[in-house]
Design a protein around this ligand. Structure first.
Ligand code: GAL
Ligand code: CA
Length: 349
C-alpha cells in the first residue's frame, strides 16, 4: 500500500513537471526550443536616407548569412515611417497584434518611446531600437528593450581630429586668409537628434582644445539631407564667398550637398569639407579630393548586432552570449576616422 502511494506521488509529480515545462515553453522559448522561423518587423524613420538604407541592406545581408550559419529561417518585413511618428506608431501597433517575434525600431521621434515600450511589454514582444536613441528612462521601462548604435560624441571627436591633423601637418593651406583662425560653417542634422547635438559639440571642442581658433560664419540645419544642404551652402557662398575655410557636416549626405553647391557655382577650389558615415558616394568624393575626410559609422557591425540580438531574443537565449552589452542593454559600435591615408585599410563593400 505504501509502495503504491509512493508510485502515485511520482506519477503526479512527473505530470506536474510536464505541464510546467509546457507552460514555460509557451511563454518564452528556451535554448532547446524548436523555433525554426523568426519573424522580425523593421521600422525605419524614413527610407529616404542614405545611411539608413545602407543599414537596412546590411540587415538583409546579415540575416541571410545567419540563416545559413544557424539553420533558421528569418523573415524581415520593413516599414517606412516617412518621417511621421503617428504613421510609425500605427505600423508598430498593427504588428504587435500579429505574430512578430521581435520589433527593430528606428524611431521617427526618439523622445516618444514610452507608449511603444508599454504596449510591447503587454504583448511580451521584445524591442531592439537602433540609430535614433531613446532616452535612458524610457529604455529602462522594461528589461526586454535594447539599443544598437554608436557613441555619437566619438564621431564628433574624430571629425575634429581630422581637421586638427590637417592643420598641424602644415601640408594643407586650410587657413586661407592667414588670420590664425579657421572660418567655418557647421551643417547640422535634425534638431534634437543625439548625433546632431553631440557631433556638433565634440567636433568643435576637439579643435579648440588643440589650441586652434575657430570663427563661426554660420550654423545651418539641413536635416541630414543632401538637397537641403546644397541650398543652405549656396546661400553661404553668396554671403561669405571665399571666406569659408572649413565645412563641418554632421553627415556625409549634407557634405555631398555642400560639394554640389560649389560645383553648381562653378567654384573649383573647395574649402576643407568633412562628413560622417562613410557612405559609398562619400568615398567617391574622398577619392576625387573634394571631401577631406569622413567618419565610418559601422553600419555592417550595427546590422550584425541587430540581427544577432533579435535572434537571441526570439529564441529566448541570453543576449549577452551574442552581443557585447553595455549597461545591460546598449550595443555600441565604435567609429573610425577615414581619410585618404587609411581608406585602403578599410574593407568597405
Ligand atoms: C545618423 C547618420 C545620418 C542619418 C541619421 C538618421 O547616425 O549619420 O546620416 O542617417 O543617423 O537617424
Ligand atoms: Ca582663416
Amino acid at each position: 500500500m505504501k509502495k503504491l502511494f509512493v508510485l502515485y506521488r511520482i506519477i503526479i509529480l512527473a505530470f506536474i513537471a510536464v505541464i510546467f515545462t509546457g507552460c514555460v515553453n509557451n511563454n518564452a522559448p528556451n535554448n532547446n526550443s524548436t523555433v525554426t522561423e523568426i519573424k522580425i518587423g523593421v521600422f525605419l524613420y524614413t527610407k529616404d536616407d542614405t545611411f539608413i538604407s545602407t543599414l537596412q541592406s546590411n540587415l538583409e545581408k546579415a540575416a541571410r548569412n545567419k540563416e545559413i550559419s544557424d539553420g533558421i529561417k528569418i523573415v524581415i518585413n520593413s516599414f517606412d515611417g516617412k518621417g511621421s511618428q503617428t504613421a510609425q506608431n500605427e505600423q508598430i501597433y498593427k504588428c504587435l497584434e500579429q505574430d512578430y517575434d521581435v520589433l527593430c525600431i528606428n524611431l521617427v521621434d526618439r523622445t516618444v518611446a514610452a507608449p511603444i515600450i508599454d504596449k510591447a511589454k503587454i504583448n511580451n514582444t521584445p524591442i531592439v531600437f537602433f540609430n535614433r536613441e531613446p532616452v535612458k528612462e524610457d529604455l529602462e521601462r522594461w528589461d526586454r528593450v535594447y539599443y544598437v548604435g554608436a557613441p555619437a560624441s566619438e564621431s564628433g571627436e574624430m571629425q575634429g581630429s581630422i581637421i586638427v591633423d590637417m592643420y598641424n601637418s602644415g601640408k594643407y593651406n586650410i587657413d586661407k586668409n592667414g588670420d590664425g583662425k579657421l572660418q567655418y560653417v557647421m551643417l547640422e542634422g535634425e534638431q534634437g537628434h543625439q548625433d546632431s547635438l553631440l557631433r556638433t559639440e565634440y567636433a568643435i571642442k576637439t579643435i579648440t582644445n588643440e589650441g586652434i581658433q575657430l570663427d563661426k560664419l554660420a550654423n545651418e540645419s539641413a536635416n541630414w539631407q543632401r538637397s537641403q544642404a546644397a541650398s543652405k551652402i549656396s546661400q553661404c557662398i553668396n554671403t561669405f564667398g571665399d571666406d569659408i575655410e572649413v565645412i563641418l557636416s554632421n553627415n556625409d549626405d549634407m557634405a555631398l550637398g555642400a560639394i554640389d553647391a560649389y560645383k553648381a557655382e562653378g567654384i573649383e577650389k573647395l574649402p576643407v569639407i568633412v562628413g560622417v558615415d562613410c557612405t559609398e558616394p562619400a568615398v567617391e568624393e574622398l577619392r576625387s579630393g573634394n571631401l577631406a575626410g569622413t567618419v565610418f559609422g559601422d553600419f555592417k557591425g550595427q546590422a550584425q548586432s541587430i540581427i544577432d540580438l533579435s535572434c537571441a531574443l526570439a529564441l529566448g537565449r541570453n543576449p549577452e552570449n551574442y552581443v557585447d552589452l553595455e549597461d545591460g542593454r546598449y550595443v555600441m559600435h565604435p567609429y573610425i576616422a577615414v581619410t585618404m591615408d587609411n581608406l585602403y585599410k578599410l574593407e568597405l563593400k
